[in-house]
Design a protein around this ligand. Structure first.
Ligand SMILES: N[C@@H](CCC(=O)N[C@@H](CS)C(=O)NCC(=O)O)C(=O)O
Length: 235
């Protein structure tokens, strides 16, 4: 499928659930524009446009395709870019890893929403303790460089994305995981990924402002430790 126009990725002003799609667009060398929702009106307009299959974000527009569900987006992009290994067994290994990375990554997604940053850091460490040895052993059994087969796949990209956040939160956290460390370095050295990371499309690590931006768009309460937690709630 040849993509004619730059893709449009509708989301909040940050990484969140749209980030894996951004990395997969980048590795596929597909130009994209972040369309950031400012407030509830933007979300409401998008809902009434009929472009949102489930009234949820992110939304990825690829020419006439309107895609919802971030995991569907990234597997579509993996198939398009021949990043699903060579066989059906490789593909299911990729899916298992993408699922496991999603679980591993939960504390990174939640970090900005937590009041106690020491506790949030401990959650990251615990997740690494829980999953790191399994990821490391998969890489060891696969002779080191890639997670599935002997070529780059969606599993490596999604793992690289998550590990990059982990390192941003806890700079030395991969010191005991040499294969994961190498994998992260390999992924961020990919030309297209490097370009993306140095571009204006890459959002900073989620912070309090990001939490506020989401609450404003969704009209939902802020975490209770923040000031005026109900300031965006309607009615
Ligand atoms: N599994 C979906 C989750 C989508 C989701 O929960 N999106 C949130 C924003 S991150 C949303 O749109 N919330 C508003 C709603 O569900 O009404 C995905 O990964 O895309």
């Amino acid at each position: 499928m040849k993509i004619m126009k730059p893709a449009k990725l509708h989301y909040f002003k940050g990484r969140g659930r749209a980030e894996t799609t951004r990395w997969m667009l980048a590795i596929n060398n597909i130009d994209f524009i972040n369309i950031s929702l400012e407030d509830y009106n933007d979300f409401d307009n998008l809902k009434t446009s009929g472009k949102l299959p489930f009234n949820q974000l992110p939304l990825l527009e690829l020419d006439d395709l309107k895609l919802s569900q971030s995991n569907a987006m990234i597997s579509f992009l993996a198939r398009r870019g021949d990043l699903y290994g060579k066989t059906n067994e490789d593909a299911v290994r990729c899916d298992m890893l993408v699922g496991a990375v999603g679980d591993f990554n939960v504390p990174a997604m939640q970090f900005a929403f937590k009041a106690d940053k020491d506790e949030a850091s401990r959650d990251l460490e615990n997740s690494l303790k829980k999953f790191g040895k399994h990821f490391e052993s998969i890489l060891t059994q696969n002779k080191g460089k890639y997670l599935v087969g002997q070529k780059l796949s969606i599993a490596d990209i999604i793992m690289g994305e998550s590990l990059t956040s982990f390192i941003e939160f806890l700079p030395n956290c991969l010191d005991d995981y040499p294969h994961l460390k190498l994998l992260q370095e390999t992924v961020v050295s990919e030309h297209n990924i490097k370009e993306y990371l140095n571009s204006g499309n890459r959002w900073r690590l989620p912070d309090e402002q990001y939490v506020i931006d989401i609450a404003r768009v969704l009209c939902r309460p802020l975490p209770s430790h923040m000031s005026e937690p109900n300031r965006f709630v309607k009615g």
